[in-house]
Design a protein around this ligand. Sequence first.
Ligand code: AMP
Length: 277
Amino acid sequence: MKTIKTVSEMQDCRKTLAEPVGFVPTMGYLHGGHISLVRKAREENVSVVVSIFVNPKQFGPNEDFEKYPRDLQGDLEILEEEGVDAVFAPEAAEIYPQDFNSRVEVLGITQKLEGNCRPGHFRGVTTVVNKLFNIVRPQRAYFGQKDAQQVIVIQKMVKDLNMNLEVITCPTIREEDGLAMSSRNIYMNPEERQSAIVLYRSLMLAQDMYQRGERDAEAIRKEMVRLIKTEELARIDYVSVADPATLDELDMITGKALVSLAVKFGKTRLIDNVVLG
Ligand code: AMP
């Protein structure tokens, strides 16, 4: 496995990789969610590239960029074990040199949900993912359903800009108690960690209501909010039942619905989702 720090080395390495190339962009501090993406990429491609880059442009000024967990050595050991061909782990100055002055932005859907709570977040994501796609030139790129809006935004960017690759969405991997795996889970103290189970319980409640025939989106939102509020430590950013294409809030569920939420436990902000229908 090659560990690569510079863009030019990555471009040179790419020339030596047998195709198709599968690519998994990450911010590192790898867990079972990331590993599931790597395994899927390993299954479906001849070569696999993983990037590890905590992208400063997708963090707001008061967010956790500085304290985002990092463990490059541990990550490399995991990726070596998974049979990855190359790991691209550049410094920020390599990706954004001083004269860097461009951006890639998907409009509309990036203003909703996460985009509404985290202004500029998706612009940071699409800018870096676009650069990574140009550097790695994968045939396939793998993303987690855990970050549902992120995949929707990236699919839109790929379609709108005629990027020549396939975006593959992989299911959310969870801890035994249902909490979605996330690098941010380690921020929580034991009480917060225990309370955070309510997120999965509220998504299961939504699924259960839907399966019993409920189609009134507001009724589902209300019950989810009620359940989440039974946890004193939970501070809701949003609970949404939206059209998965437009991310507009639904009144009645007639086709598919993306049920998503963002909730803070102390300083830790968690997101999760399920798709109904
Ligand atoms: P991150 O390192 O958090 O930027 O995540 C890198 C990729 O892993 C993204 O495509 C995420 O959606 C995906 N991912 C993160 N957590 C999970 C999870 N629990 N299950 C599946 N995919 C995940």
